[in-house]
Design a protein around this ligand. Structure first.
Ligand code: ADE
Length: 237
């Protein structure tokens, strides 16, 4: 899968040289190309923003350098990738969106800055996403959140024995607690059932823990979760 990012701060994306995403890039399972919008400014001072028409505080990002960059990519690839704009006014991003995007072959992310982007950006935007009801200084961190959450769903990015099907949000519930060695740490013991070797009991315990944690921490998720008859019985108890 390919990602192309349009930003004024390309160095911020060096985070993707590390860890799981860094390895997936080396293995060519995913490709992340970062483009500096400033390189596409035709202004002699490489200006990319200007004062807002109608007055008001702050600067507005100009559309011309962004369109120039998009034109360059369309020429390079021979088509326009699905285009995402990161903005607080977008749809609140969630795991369902991550799944949807992970089925696409190529996405392009536009990171806004300053007080916003000239509204005439909209004809080239396919999806607007917000990563939460708060305002960031720019779209970079938001687009990193999207790239990371989408890339890890691409087959081969996570090692094969890790299953995203078991994790939080896969079936709408939060994940059960995990333990590793030692068996006892500062008086805190690993639950006996996990040492029992009884896989059926372990599975039951984990499901119960998932339900309990979701009920206590995020009861709103239970309405949407896929619950079995046994789950409902456990919740009633
Ligand atoms: N840009 C600024 N704030 C944002 C947010 N919450 N989500 C996405 N992009 C943003």
């Amino acid at each position: 899968m390919k990602f192309d990012v349009l930003t004024l701060f390309p160095e911020m994306f060096n985070v993707f040289n590390y860890s799981i995403i860094g390895r997936a890039r080396e293995q060519k399972i995913i490709e992340i190309n970062v483009h500096n919008i400033r390189d596409f400014s035709t202004d002699k001072h490489k200006k990319v923003d200007d004062y807002p028409y109608g007055g008001g505080a702050g600067m507005v990002m100009q559309v011309e350098p962004i369109y120039n960059c998009v034109d360059y990519l369309i020429k390079l690839y021979g088509y326009k990738p699905h285009t995402i704009l990161l903005t607080p006014r977008g749809k609140r991003y969630d795991q369902e969106d991550a799944k949807k995007l992970s089925n696409m072959k190529h996405i392009m992310l536009i990171c806004g800055h300053y007080e916003g982007i000239d509204e005439r950006i909209m004809p080239i935007v396919d999806f607007e996403y917000s990563i939460g009801d708060f305002v960031l200084t720019g779209g970079e961190l938001a687009s990193m959140v999207i790239i990371d959450s989408v890339a890890r769903l691409v087959p081969g990015v996570l090692s094969t024995n890790i299953s995203y099907e078991e994790e939080s949000f896969y079936n709408g519930l939060l994940e059960y607690p995990q333990y590793t060695r030692p068996r006892e740490f500062r008086g805190m013991k690993v639950p006996d059932v996990l040492l029992s070797g009884n896989h059926k009991e372990i599975e039951k315990w984990r499901r119960y823990q998932s339900l309990k944690i979701t009920y206590l921490k995020r009861p709103d998720l239970l309405n949407k979760a896929l619950l079995t008859k046994e789950d409902k019985k456990m919740l009633d108890e």
